[in-house]
Design a binder for this molecule. Structure first.
Ligand SMILES: [Zn+2]
Length: 264
C-alpha cells in the first residue's frame, strides 16, 4: 500500500460485523500508526452512536457522529431521539467529540423500505442537527430529488457521503454550501460519473472516505476496506485532477477539519 500521512477518513463503520474477527482497539491503533490521522465514525443507530463515543474517548484522532441510518427507520422513535439528545448534551461537558448528526438520509434502493418513515426520520434528525448547530452526514441512494428537497428546506452544513450523483447534482449540493464525500468507487473502471465529479469538484469541498468495511478501492475491490486504503482513492483522484496525492490528502484533511470543527 502506498504510504502517505495526514489522512482523514471522513466516513467509517468500525462497529460493523466485518471487523468482529479483530481486536477493534488494536486494529484501530494500527491504522492510526499507518498514515491515518483522523477517523470519523458514521453512526447507524443508538448502539452505534455509543460505540463511536466510546472509541472517541480511546483515540485522540477519532471523532463521531450520532444518529439513525435511513435503512433502519424502525430504530428511530421519540425515545431514541431523546437518547441522542442526552448523548449530545453529556458529551458537550465531557470531551465533546460528537461532531455531526449521521448518517442520516434516504435510501430508496429496496422496494420494502418505508419511504414515508424515512422522510420523517431524516427530517427529525435534520432538526436535531440544527438545534445543536452540528453538521450532517447524509446518505442518499436513488433518492436525489427528495434528499435535495429536504436539504434545501433545512439548509444544514454537512457532507453528502459516498456521492454517486451527476456533476449537475453535485452542483446543487455545492450551492447549498455542503461538501461531497468520495469513496473507493472512483477507482472502479465503470465509475465514469464519480470520476467526472472527482475531476470537477472545487478542491475546498472534497472529502475522502472509505465507508469501510465497504467500497474498497482497486486493487482491493470486494475486500474488507479500512482507512489506510484511502491512499488508493486519493491517488486516483489526484491523478484525475493532475495534482500531487499528498497535497490532495492535505487539502481534504483541512476540509474535514473545517466541517467537523476540529482545531488541533
Ligand atoms: Zn456509511
Amino acid at each position: 500500500m502506498p504510504l502517505f500521512s495526514n489522512i482523514f477518513d471522513s466516513h467509517s463503520h468500525y462497529d460493523d460485523h466485518a471487523f468482529d474477527d479483530c481486536d477493534r482497539d488494536l486494529f484501530i491503533s494500527e491504522i492510526f500508526g499507518s498514515g491515518v490521522k483522523y477517523i470519523m465514525h458514521a453512526a447507524t443507530d443508538l448502539e452505534s452512536s455509543e460505540f463511536g463515543i466510546a472509541s472517541s474517548k480511546r483515540f485522540g484522532g477519532f471523532f463521531t457522529s450520532v444518529g439513525v441510518h435511513p435503512e433502519y427507520p424502525d430504530k428511530f422513535s421519540p425515545q431514541i431521539l431523546d437518547e441522542l439528545e442526552k448523548l449530545i448534551e453529556s458529551e458537550k461537558t465531557s470531551g465533546g467529540k460528537i461532531r455531526a448528526i449521521g448518517e442520516i438520509g434516504l435510501d430508496y434502493h429496496y422496494e420494502g423500505f418505508d419511504r414515508e418513515k424515512q422522510l420523517f426520520v431524516f427530517e427529525q434528525q435534520l432538526l436535531l442537527a440544527k438545534s445543536h448547530s452540528l453538521p450532517v452526514i447524509v446518505h442518499s441512494r436513488e433518492a436525489t430529488e427528495d434528499t435535495l428537497t429536504l436539504l434545501k428546506k433545512h439548509k444544514p452544513s454537512g457532507v453528502v457521503h459516498c456521492f454517486s450523483g451527476s456533476v449537475e447534482t453535485a452542483k446543487e449540493v455545492l450551492a447549498l454550501g455542503m461538501y461531497i464525500g468520495l469513496t473507493g468507487v472512483v477507482t472502479f473502471k465503470n465509475s465514469k460519473k464519480a470520476q467526472e465529479v472527482a475531476k470537477t469538484l472545487p478542491s475546498d469541498r472534497l472529502l475522502l472516505e472509505t465507508d469501510c468495511p465497504y467500497m474498497a478501492p482497486e486493487p482491493n475491490r470486494g475486500k474488507r476496506s479500512d482507512s489506510r486504503m484511502i491512499a488508493f482513492t486519493a491517488a486516483k483522484i489526484a491523478e484525475l485532477r493532475g495534482m500531487d496525492t499528498q497535497d490532495l490528502i492535505d487539502i481534504t484533511n483541512l476540509n474535514a477539519k473545517r466541517l467537523f470543527d476540529i482545531t488541533d
